[in-house]
Design a protein around this ligand. Sequence first.
Ligand code: ADP
Ligand code: MG
Ligand code: ZN
Length: 439
Amino acid sequence: EISKEEQLLEILETSFGHKSFKSDLQKCAISCVAKRRHDVYISMPTGSGKSLCFQLPGLLHKNKVTIVFSPLLALIKDQIDHLTKLKIEADSINSKMGSSDRNRVINDLKSIAPSIKFLYITPEQAATETFQNLLDSLVRYNKIAYIAVDEAHCVSEWGHDFRPDYLKLGKLREKYMKIPWIALTATASRQVVDDIAKQLKLKQPMAKFKTPSFRQNLFYDLVFKNSIQSDYDHIKHWAEKKLKDGGCGIIYCRTRDNVEKLAYNLTKIGLKTVAYHAGLKTAERNGAQEDWSSGKVKVISATNSFGMGVDKSNVRFVIHWDVPQNVAAYYQESGRAGRDGLQSFCRLYYSRDDVKSITFLIQQDINRSKNTSREKLGKRAMDNFTEMINYSERLRCRHKLFSDYFGDPAPECKDKCDACKSPEKLQKALDFFHKLGMD
Ligand code: ADP
Ligand code: MG
Ligand code: ZN
């Protein structure tokens, strides 16, 4: 008799073609899910292989199907295509299907030995009578291995893409208590994690598998703009030091105007920099990304539209020339540094003027909001921004901002941020900043 672990490894190789698990976390999550004893919450960054955490265990259970809730038909299609290539039966029931297709799927699932192993459903579909009937029948004959909720942060109003239909899933959790549930998401704040457990009514105690938010190889610091003489020289001097052993850098700006200005002026003084923002023609924009990706130009200045799908691992620094609007954005954008695990640097240039213009914009949004839910969103944006201001204007470990936000224990930073490495120096800079602010 082979052990469970060997069995999982065998399926990993024969069905999915992987030689090993991608991480210990993936391995532990999969073993836990395989036991079917607890509801499981999994939070790992995009690309770390979350899908396998229900797909692999899903294959363990003969004659059982795993139901997967996913927010978008496009995502559903990707996953089904991926599984189909691996010769694993996966299908969907959705509004875009013809009735004969839909009936084929339903008939298969109602048969004694269904061939479908994974059924992908949007949360909207979950509320239909067709699906409810199907689910009743599957449960009656004990044919469900798991119910997985992908992109589970969609259930939370605190998240960035709230989908009201996700809220209905909690009812299903209550109705069918015996089926183990798995909730998966890329990054979730403490509030969102709490919401996922609460709204999906996950059975407690649930098992949690979560990539720690602390990135040891990132050094965070902050420079007050009013403490430096020449903006461009300051950036150039610092950036060149960080790039002396190779690699590349990103400078994030809030406006297209700033992006252009930085690229122009840095290039003029000898630090070649390309500009990237949504206002450029497609060809120009692609050209900029291409030049940077290929290493032809080491530095790119960009608005936050740059980054999706950027997977360069040797980004040695990320500069924020303007203060980000919230902790989530700052974590995500600065986190593009050091994906290769090597020492990298994240620097924020901060000024009260920038704070004023962002505050103004958020306030304008609130004033113009025509209903209470928009107003609520605006106020939340203001609260989130206030968190960034506090971060910038107080003597406090930079990494702790993130661990608090994600609900992780305080990290052993020691000297991985300016506040921990040289608190006296930072205190002086803060005193100077606050004094100038009084004038
Ligand atoms: P996530 O949902 O966390 O963003 P995915 O589940 O889409 O990630 O997986 C990302 C990629 O990693 C996929 O191409 C998948 O095939 C691959 N992958 C997953 N697990 C492993 C593994 N153990 N070994 C190698 N590649 C893996
Ligand atoms: Mg995924
Ligand atoms: Zn610190």
